[in-house]
Design a protein around this ligand. Structure first.
Ligand code: SF4
Ligand code: F3S
Length: 99
């Protein structure tokens, strides 16, 4: 099992998720982050951190985003680790209020 970054992260990259990950398994591409499934320990801490609900346990990935399971596994190891929060992309949607 692993956790998966899905489409809502694309053109967004809030990066709140990376601040809570205990094992540095987030990797950064130009417009999205990916999680390396070989590193992820399934702690689930990142899920509630994402303001646009982009992260799911692999067993919970919605049907329309199933392709992201392979994308994360394939691309994360080719990209640099990101372990510190930074400004989201200018294309990010407004940050929703936490309820
Ligand atoms: Fe990191 Fe835990 Fe999220 Fe996996 S589930 S990416 S280990 S915070
Ligand atoms: Fe992306 Fe959400 Fe993290 S937008 S960078 S998965 S906080």
């Amino acid at each position: 099992m692993a956790h998966i970054v899905c489409e809502p992260c694309k053109n967004c990259k809030y990066t709140d998720c990376v601040a809570v990950c205990p094992v540095e398994c987030f990797h950064e591409a130009d417009v999205i982050l990916y999680i390396d499934p070989e590193e992820c320990i399934d702690c689930g801490l990142c899920i509630p951190e994402c303001p646009v609900e982009a992260i799911f346990a692999d067993s919970d990935v919605p049907e329309k985003w199933q392709s992201y399971i392979e994308l994360n596994a394939k691309l994360a190891p080719t990209l640099p680790v990101i372990n510190a929060t930074k400004e989201p992309l200018p294309t990010a949607p407004p940050r929703p209020h936490k309820g």
